[in-house]
Design a protein around this ligand. Structure first.
Ligand code: FES
Length: 337
């Protein structure tokens, strides 16, 4: 049968609507004693809800939050939560039980009305519209109309601009987002103990979670780590496909890439040693380290930024510079380059 054709059966062969199955009376329909006991049970559940509400109020007073005592926050939250949970559960369970055990349980079918309005309703709606247009002069007074549209287009802008206040007051927000604390000569150290890494420690196939030296001395260590975290891997130099200008960004096959996923910023922490793929556990983006961390699967839109590295006079791995592009979600790159 060709695609898109429908089979229309003659009336005699149409499947008839079987209707609703016959109503099966419940125990509480047949036995008034059972109905009364259900009624009492429902009332008991409503009463439990009342107890929960009162308990929550009492708990709020008896267990106040003391700013210097974390234990007081725990107690306050625990008892307040228990009270509110009992209060809501009591009402919810009682309502369901009431509807299932006591309320009338007949099935009903209701014909759907037309969603299209009647001709008269449509005509009167059009008339109201035209009248509004005529009285306001919306289409006639072009100057007023156009300035109204322009003002409506502009009014959300102040709301967007004040997002700037979310950034640091004393620094350029753009600068803060584009740069990390890596700079030429910063040693690569192990996360979390901060021990510097020698190139000779990085054996073929190994992977290190890396933070910049001196991170722990910073007041904003967590914010800095969120941007500067790096993964370090060693591959055979002949396995690396290096593009022009990046020839000296790796050190004898040791490469460093940002650990912050370019999709929405999760840590890309799973390294598949055989295939040299990095996997982000959040939405399964995969990056091929042999091809400068290009995206081979998943929602990420650009490769992980590479940190250019070399060694210092003592053989420790150091950065050649900061990243050459912003780390993290892709929209930064689209906005600024
Ligand atoms: S954050 Fe990595 S794939 Fe979504």
């Amino acid at each position: 049968m060709p695609v898109g054709t429908a089979v229309v059966l003659p009336d005699s062969e149409q499947i008839q609507n079987p209707g609703f199955p016959p109503y099966r009376p419940r125990v509480s329909d047949l036995d008034p004693k059972k109905a009364r006991s259900n009624e009492r049970r429902i009332a008991l559940l409503f009463a439990a809800s009342m107890v929960g509400s009162v308990f929550a109020i009492v708990a709020y007073i008896v267990f106040p939050i003391n700013a210097n005592d974390p234990g007081s926050i725990r107690l306050n939250n625990l008892f307040l939560g228990l009270g509110i949970a009992l209060s809501l559960l009591g009402i919810g369970i009682a309502a369901v039980h009431w509807s299932k055990a006591l309320m009338e349980g007949h099935d009903l079918s209701e014909e759907r009305h037309m969603t299209r309005g009647s001709e008269a309703t449509r005509a009167s709606a059009a008339e109201v519209f035209h009248l509004g247009n005529k009285e306001s002069g919306f289409t006639r007074r072009k100057l007023v109309r156009n300035t109204l549209i322009a003002s409506l287009a502009l009014w959300p802008l102040p709301g967007i601009i004040i997002f700037r206040d979310l950034g640091p007051a004393d620094q350029d927000a753009n600068d803060v987002l584009r740069h990390t604390m890596w700079k030429a000569g910063t040693r690569l150290t192990k996360d979390p103990n901060g021990v510097p890494i020698k190139a000779s420690d990085v054996t073929l196939g190994s992977v290190f979670h890396v933070i910049p030296e001196g991170l722990d001395d910073r007041e904003d260590a967590l914010e800095q780590k969120a941007k500067a975290a790096v993964l370090l891997m060693r591959l055979k130099p002949e396995d690396l496909h290096v593009s022009k200008g990046r020839e000296n960004w790796n050190y004898h096959g040791i490469v460093a890439y940002s650990k912050i996923c370019t999709h929405v910023g999760c840590p890309v922490a799973l390294y598949e040693q055989q295939t040299h793929h990095l996997l982000c556990p959040c939405h399964q983006s995969q990056f091929d380290i042999t091809h400068e961390a290009e995206v081979i699967f998943g929602p990420a839109k650009r490769p992980l930024p590479q940190l250019p590295i070399t060694v210092d006079s003592e053989g420790y791995l150091v950065a050649r510079s900061d990243f050459h592009e912003p780390v993290g979600p892709s929209f930064w790159e689209r906005d600024h380059t």
